[in-house]
Ligand binder design. Structure first.
Ligand code: ATP
Ligand code: NMN
Length: 293
């Protein structure tokens, strides 16, 4: 079997996503904690290649709204992992941040989770959304979000079966993030040092380079990042994609087209629920952000 085919996610096992316009039921997440169940409907339950290390990728963020860039990040990660590592990717999750994060432009989490669900179910064959973070009574730090995934995957499920289904192995978990999120780790009072050691030491990070930012120099300059550099994989964007949720929100407010920036199903959901059009995020602030300079 060709190496590229040895991963279930790439071999077609997961490539069964319907086309966007084909109506079909979309797996829905709980909206209250009592009903919560960890989503596993697209999680590979058995290794394809025992010589590899099983890996689940988790992307934390606002996703207000989710765009094609957020979807592409996972595909770029998959390519880099196949090329440069010995991991077998067995699943990918979005974990939208809770409403307590109180960032500008954050639509209600029920909407953000739903938009991620539509995007995953209608455009991907392997991505899922976990609403656990949004259902917590307070804001949850990213280190604890990764612990939740570890609890679900390794403690509650006991890991993943090897090819013969006779024994189970521990699943590794890595945080997928853009260069800007990583650079925020160098800003004072945003991340606790203990959390950074926990995230980078116990788990690891896949960093998608962002246009105009030099992630490698940043990693070199940051002591904690440098210490854990072997757990960090920098993913080069070979086709630059800089779709911005902030700008999408601005376009919606100005009644401009956002087609081909995000899936049609998400655009339809935004229109149906009248999202973002009445926002008051200052336009100057939107355009002043570092990435637009
Ligand atoms: N242009 C980009 N290149 C690489 N990664 C990106 C880019 N834009 C966003 N990301 C990454 O996507 C993830 C989710 O981002 P998030 O939704 O929190 O912010 P955002 O996409 O910058 O949106 P907003 O405009 O609302 O701040 C983060 O890890 C972020 O670093
Ligand atoms: N201390 C922390 O755990 C910490 C700090 C900043 C951002 N984050 C996370 O990063 C993600 C993106 O945040 P921003 O949109 O602010 O870049 C969110 O999921 C947020 O929870 C975590």
């Amino acid at each position: 079997m060709d190496k590229a085919d040895s991963n279930g996610i790439e071999s077609g096992v997961f490539n069964t996503a319907d086309l966007e316009e084909v109506p079909h039921g979309v797996q829905r997440q709980a909206t209250v904690l009592e009903d919560y169940q960890f989503p596993t409907h697209r999680l590979q339950d058995k290794m394809v290649d025992d010589s590899k290390v099983p890996l689940v990728i988790v992307a934390c963020g606002s996703f207000s709204p989710i765009t094609y860039l957020h979807l592409r990040m996972f595909e770029m990660a998959l390519d880099s992992i196949r090329e440069d590592t010995n991991y077998e990717v067995i699943g990918g999750y979005y974990s939208p941040v809770s409403d307590f994060y109180k960032k500008k432009g954050l639509a209600n989490s029920i909407h953000r989770v739903r938009m991620c669900e539509l995007a995953c179910e209608r455009t991907s064959g392997w991505l899922m959304v976990d609403s656990w973070e949004t259902l917590q009574p307070t804001y949850t730090r990213t280190a604890l979000v990764l612990d939740h995934f570890n609890q679900e995957l390794n403690q509650n499920r006991g890991g993943i079966f090897n090819t013969t289904s006779k024994s189970k192995r521990k699943i590794e978990i890595m945080l997928l993030a853009g260069g800007d999120l990583i650079e925020s780790m160098g800003e004072p009072d945003v991340w606790a040092d203990d959390d950074l050691h926990h995230i980078l030491g116990k788990y690891g990070c896949l960093i998608v380079e962002r246009t105009g930012s030099d992630v490698r120099s940043f990693l070199l300059s940051h002591d904690i990042m440098y210490e854990h550099r072997r757990n960090i994989l920098v993913i080069k964007q070979l086709i630059y994609n800089d779709i911005s949720s902030t700008k999408v929100r601005l376009f919606l407010r100005r009644n401009m087209s956002v087609r081909y920036l995000l899936p049609n199903s998400v655009i339809r959901y935004i229109k149906e629920n009248d999202l973002y059009v009445h926002e008051t995020e200052p336009v100057k602030q939107v355009l002043d952000r570092k990435e637009y300079r």
